[in-house]
Every structure is written in structure tokens, then in C-alpha cells.
Design a binder for this molecule. Structure first.
Ligand SMILES: *Cc1c(COP(=O)(O)O)cnc(C)c1O
Length: 404
């Protein structure tokens, strides 16, 4: 890694202010009451009764899977896209279930629907659920998945970890599956350091999930102090003038994507619920700033030979990063190296398809998954967070031109 001292953009950032931390401390004192307030706000926002707060997105998915397992004890497989966040297979393994993969469409990052149709028509007797994902905020075609599962007892679990507050055709992402979840981790639309939300429109699923969540342990005092410390670090170090510093500290594992089923699962603390105070307003503001940045960046790419996953200025979905596909692996390496040198926050994505996770080998994942593998080798993501300036956008445009 290049040692860089000086202005460095983080690849993704949901700013936390000192005011948010103060709300967090008040929430810590109020405890349960604060979390109940957030739940009521979520119920109102999503117009759904079933809303639950836990310690992370992967904790949310694990809780959902544990609940579904109890509802359908003879089913043990979870079908996910072959290119998705490693937290997803981590949660599946944590819940004691089996990962199944469907390749992605290299033009949209959504499922390869002919493969999905094939899997669903042949062999879904053991299939518990499907987990479509709105990667980077690119909306997955929920209606299409719904049609393909019609008449089958397969649950649709919507992974909207990166898409809280995003809408598509007037529908809020995360709320159209049987059950959905959001992440409030560090690089997500709004952050409570770590946090997860479950929403469901189905009463039967809601009552099983309520049972699971009620049985979860609470955060201990030391864990909450750790969250408080982390939140203060984010207040200070997320800004580009200082972000170079935490980036040099390998134990923070910034930007790393790891497979690890050994994460903690807790009910959300009052501190986190307090940090989330004002989330609707914040989401709205961030959404419009990110939208302007994404539009601005796309404008700099005209005439360049990069794939944009169908994204066009004018009618963009609500993205938290702008994904691009480069022509070759060599170009991608060059872009990432130049970005590191210039501190521009361009990042890759997940390092490989889910089938390439060494810990999952021998688990009968099938394959090959050529599109997922190709995406992993050629994708870059541009930052669109609110710290991005006009001059940053110019420099990113210049860098991509230079790497052509
Ligand atoms: C971040 C993320 C998750 C997991 O959320 P955490 O809060 O980090 O546990 C799951 N799926 C996707 C697509 C994500 O981006």
C-alpha cells in the first residue's frame, strides 16, 4: 500500500456529526424508549407494522433466516446472487443453512433471470428463500422475481442493505419483498456505526421475527463504550482532510470485505437508536447530494470506454457508490493505483464471486459463474458521498481518461 499523507476521500461515507453523538448519549440514557421511537418512525415511513432493530445488516439477515427456518423446517437452502456482499453468505452459514448461487447479469448486476427461472423450475424443493440485492442502490427487479416464485412456497428476502431511503417506480426499496433488511453500518446510506433494520409486510413472518429478536442479548456496557468511541472517531476522521490517518491503521480493516460467520448479534442499543435520530431528514439530504454527485461524475465519462450498468444522467436510481465496468483487468489495476496515489477514493468491490470464497469450497456451490467472476475483476466504484467536491469530480474524470 502507498503511504499517503494528505487529503484522501473515503470510498463511501455516511457522515456522523457531534450532534448525532449527543443524541446517541441521550438515547443511551433513555434506552428502550429511544429504540421504540425509531421503530414507530420506521413503521410510519414504510407503512408496515413489522419493523425491528438489531446490531447490523448481517445480524438482521441471520435473524430473518432463523425465523424462516422455524416456519419451514424442511427447507435449508438460500439462493443468492453469485456477486454480492460477503456478509450475505456469512449470515447464511451462521444460521446453519446452505448457500446456493445464481449468476448475475453483467449489464445490470441483478440476477441472470434465465438461470434463476431454470433453478426455480427444476429444483427448489429445499429452497427456503431468495435474496435479491440492490447493489450500490441499483434496483433489482423484484416484480420479476415475484413472478418466477409464484405458486411456490419460496420467501423473498430483499437485501436493501445499501438502499435505505431509495425508491424505484415510487416503491421504497426494501419494502416490496416478503421481508427486507437495511444496514446502518459505516459505508451505508445512514450510519449508526453499526446497525440493522428488518421490515416485513407479512404478519406470520413478523411474529416469528419478534420471537427471535426478543430472545437476543443486549449490548454490554463495554460494547456500548466501544461504539461511542468509534462514533467519535467517525466524527473526526471521516472528513477527507484526515481520512488518510485511519487508512494507515491496518487493524481498522477499512474497506476490507471478509467472510466471517462469527459476528455478534444483538438488539439495537439505545445509543445507536439515538445516533439515528433525524434519519429521515438526513437520508433525504444525503440522497440529493449523492444524486448530484453521481450525475456530475457520469457527465465526465462521456466518450470514455467504460460500462455504466445502464446508468444514464437524468433518471438515476439512488446510488451510494457509482459502479463502472472497465474494459480490462489491467485498466482496473491502473485506475486503483492512480486513485490511491491521488487520494480519490475509487475502490473495487467484492474481491471475487461468492463461489471463490475459500471457506465455502466443497459446499457444492456449482458453477461456474462467469459473469460474477468477470464483474469482480473489472468493476470499480466511484465515491458519490457528500464530501466530494467539484474539483474531486474533475480529477476523477481526468484519472479515468488517463487510464484509457
Ligand atoms: C453491508 C451489506 C450487508 C451487511 O450489512 P452489515 O451492516 O455490514 O452487516 C449485506 N448486504 C449488502 C449488499 C451489504 O452491502
Amino acid at each position: 500500500m502507498v503511504i499517503r499523507i494528505g487529503k484522501t476521500l473515503p470510498p463511501a461515507a455516511a457522515p456522523i456529526t457531534l450532534e448525532n453523538v449527543l443524541s446517541g448519549i441521550i438515547g443511551m440514557i433513555r434506552g428502550e424508549v429511544e429504540a421504540e421511537r425509531r421503530v414507530r418512525e420506521l413503521q410510519e415511513y414504510f407503512k408496515l407494522k413489522g419493523c425491528f432493530l438489531v446490531s447490523s445488516g448481517k445480524a438482521a439477515l441471520t435473524v430473518i433466516l432463523e425465523a424462516l427456518k422455524k416456519m419451514f423446517p424442511d427447507r435449508c437452502e438460500v439462493l443468492i446472487p453469485a456477486f454480492t456482499c460477503y456478509s450475505v453468505p456469512s449470515a447464511i452459514v451462521r444460521a446453519g443453512l446452505k448457500v446456493r448461487l445464481c449468476d448475475v447479469d453483467p449489464e445490470t448486476l441483478d440476477f441472470n433471470y434465465s438461470q434463476l427461472a431454470n433453478i426455480l423450475s427444476r429444483d427448489c424443493g429445499k429452497l427456503l428463500c431468495i435474496v435479491p440485492v440492490h447493489l450500490f442502490g441499483l434496483p433489482a427487479d423484484m416484480a420479476r422475481t415475484r413472478i418466477l416464485t409464484e405458486g411456490k412456497d419460496v420467501v423473498i428476502v430483499e437485501d436493501a442493505a445499501q438502499a435505505m431511503g431509495a425508491e424505484y417506480n415510487g416503491v421504497k426499496l426494501g419494502s416490496s419483498g416478503d421481508v427486507g433488511f437495511f444496514s446502518m453500518g459505516r459505508g451505508k446510506p445512514v450510519s449508526t456505526v453499526e446497525g440493522g433494520i428488518i421490515v416485513t409486510r407479512r404478519e406470520d413472518i413478523a411474529s416469528y421475527i419478534a420471537g427471535e429478536v426478543n430472545g437476543l442479548p443486549d449490548y454490554g456496557a463495554i460494547e456500548i463504550l466501544r461504539l461511542l468511541f468509534y462514533a467519535l472517531c467517525l466524527v473526526i476522521f471521516l472528513r477527507p482532510s484526515l481520512f488518510w490517518l485511519p487508512r494507515q491503521l491496518p487493524f481498522l480493516r477499512l474497506g476490507e470485505t471478509i467472510f466471517d460467520p462469527e459476528f455478534k448479534i444483538r438488539r439495537m442499543s439505545g445509543f445507536q437508536a439515538g445516533l439515528a435520530k433525524g434519519w429521515r431528514c438526513k437520508l433525504q439530504k444525503m440522497k440529493s447530494l449523492r444524486g448530484e454527485n453521481a450525475t456530475g461524475l457520469l457527465g465526465k465519462l462521456e466518450k470514455l470506454d467504460v460500462g455504466t450498468f445502464g446508468l444514464k444522467g437524468g433518471s438515476l436510481p439512488d446510488l451510494i457508490r457509482l459502479p463502472l465496468k472497465l474494459g480490462t483487468e489491467q485498466k482496473r489495476e491502473l485506475v486503483l493505483k492512480l486513485s490511491e496515489r491521488m487520494g480519490l477514493g475509487i475502490a473495487g468491490s467484492y474481491p471475487d464471486s461468492v463461489a471463490g470464497i475459500p471457506e465455502l469450497h466443497g459446499d457444492g456451490l456449482g458453477g461456474p459463474f462467469p459473469a460474477a467472476e468477470e464483474i469482480a475483476r473489472k468493476i470499480i466504484t466511484l465515491p458519490v458521498h457528500p464530501y466530494l467536491t467539484e474539483s474531486d469530480k474533475d480529477r476523477i474524470g481526468y484519472l479515468l481518461k488517463r487510464a484509457q
